[in-house]
Write a protein that binds this ligand. Structure first.
Ligand code: SF4
Length: 354
């Protein structure tokens, strides 16, 4: 992370910014940068302003998401942060698309737990038509049997593929911007930022909800982080996952490890103040980068993943629930009983290891 952005004069206090946002105004680009460059002694005040906005639109609710890695590794792309890319030597599990039975089993567990969203994630540049048909067929069955909210993350999509997913009942597509347009070629050369935007546009045109976020900590500047926040605001995505880079051994970014919990809190606050009504999720790298300050992230964000990430482990579901309880916040994945959901996450974790 470059620290070359000089601290700009603060035009409004953090609370004045929150007040303006609550009145429907936007904070300026300079103000967004000021949040990221603010001295650490300001962190609590910044977080307080972000919390005020979070409280207005999301109360103290925490939405939980769970990932199902439907296809792992074997990717021809060269994303430098990713353990599944062709340039990664990381010792991960590699498998082709899970069959319908495995995907339906995950959905059954999700439905039994009354989880709200079932996320189907597959590695690769984009799905083949056969894979889209496979997912569409499974999603139809899931919708018939369980009526779950479905989010798919399948890579770059063609217009007809997005339409077929929508017709099958997919509610939302995840496709991250990952970083700014300026910095994108530093993290990937096999597809462009424009390709990513194109997929988001295609999905929007197909009537799908959008989930798009970034990975912080890949060597981008503070301006790049602000660029992504403002771009996502312009795109009016429904959901923003913020990943903090977990540097995985065997990937080109294995030695990038410079994030600090206090900076991560400023990033989350900046995203909350630039995207006040959008679901903001603390995604990959939460435990590694926020460390003992993870709970504080939920004063800005209103959502998080539980259990493991795609190829890296998360903390135990019990610890996540304790953290939410300690904050006095409430999980809103559905009208489930918390103990049952803990059992579900643990069962699902075993399921993935099969
Ligand atoms: S396209 Fe997706 S799975 Fe493939 S290397 Fe990039 S991030 Fe990883």
């Amino acid at each position: 992370m470059s620290a070359d952005a000089a601290t700009l004069p603060v035009s409004r206090t953090w609370q004045e910014m929150a007040e303006a946002v609550l009145q429907g105004e936007s904070i300026t680009r300079s103000e967004a940068l000021n949040i990221l460059t603010a001295p650490d002694r300001e962190v609590l005040s910044i977080l307080d302003a972000a919390y005020r906005v979070r409280l207005q639109y999301f109360g103290n609710s925490v939405q939980l998401y769970y990932l199902k890695n439907a296809k792992s590794g074997l990717c021809p792309e060269d994303c430098s942060y990713c353990s599944q890319s062709k340039v990664s030597d990381a010792p991960i599990e590699r498998y082709a698309f899970l069959n319908a039975e495995r995907l339906l089993e995950g959905a059954r567990l999700a439905a039994e737990s009354k989880a709200r969203t079932y996320c189907i994630v597959a590695s690769g540049r984009g799905p083949t038509d056969r894979e889209v048909d496979h997912v569409a067929g499974v999603v139809r069955q899931i919708k018939d049997r369980y009526g779950l909210h479905i989010c798919c993350c399948l890579g770059l999509l063609e217009p007809d593929q997005a339409l077929r997913l929508k017709a099958a009942g997919v509610d939302r597509v995840n496709h991250n911007l990952n970083t700014s347009e300026r910095f994108h070629e530093q993290i990937c050369t096999t597809h462009t930022f424009r390709d990513r935007l194109q997929t988001l546009n295609v999905c929007r045109d197909a009537g799908l909800e959008l989930c798009a976020g970034m990975i912080v900590g890949m060597g981008e500047t503070l301006e790049d982080v602000v660029d992504v926040a403002l771009k996502l605001s312009e795109l009016q995505v429904e959901s923003i996952p913020i990943n903090f880079l977990t540097s995985i051994e065997g990937t080109p970014f294995q030695n990038l490890d410079h994030l600090h919990p206090r900076f991560c809190l400023k990033v989350l606050s900046m995203f909350r103040l630039t995207n006040p009504r959008t679901e903001l999720r603390i995604a990959g790298g939460r435990e590694v980068n926020l460390r003992s300050m993870q709970a504080m992230g939920l004063y800005a964000a209103n959502s998080m993943f539980v259990s493991d990430y795609l190829t890296t482990p998360g903390q135990k579901a019990e610890e996540d629930f304790k953290m939410i309880q300690d904050l006095g916040f409430e999980v809103t994945a559905g009208d489930y009983d918390a103990q049952k959901l803990i059992e579900f996450w643990n069962q699902a974790k075993q399921e993935l290891k099969r």
